[in-house]
Design a protein around this ligand. Structure first.
Ligand SMILES: [Zn+2]
Length: 102
């Protein structure tokens, strides 16, 4: 997210929390910018569609939330979107190479 949104895309409110941390339920620190979501706070992209489960390579990125303080609209953002997109391109290239070989 290059420019922090100052207005909610869903309701137009300016009461927003722009960089909310997503925490596992184990971490129960309470503050206005903390959310408790039972999930790993990362997104993973597999770079090789042919790898076995033990040899897969994933590119990971931490994520954060943006929260509207009025309607609750809450999109998630990856902190390293360029690395994730590069991994996605590697995945697509490997898939295309396989299709050409068939
Ligand atoms: Zn809103």
């Amino acid at each position: 997210m290059s420019d922090i949104q100052k207005r909610c895309a869903a309701c137009g409110s300016e009461r927003v929390i722009p960089l909310a941390t997503i925490r596992d339920k184990v971490n129960t620190a309470l503050s206005v910018s903390s959310l408790s979501i039972s999930a790993e706070p990362v997104v993973a992209i597999n770079t090789n569609p042919h790898a076995g489960i033990l040899t897969q390579r994933h590119v990971l990125s931490r994520i954060h939330a943006w929260v509207c303080g009025d309607c609750g609209y809450m999109p998630l953002f990856a902190d390293d979107p360029q690395q994730l997109y590069a991994a996605y391109q590697a995945f697509l290239q490997a898939t295309q190479d396989e299709n050409r070989a068939l």
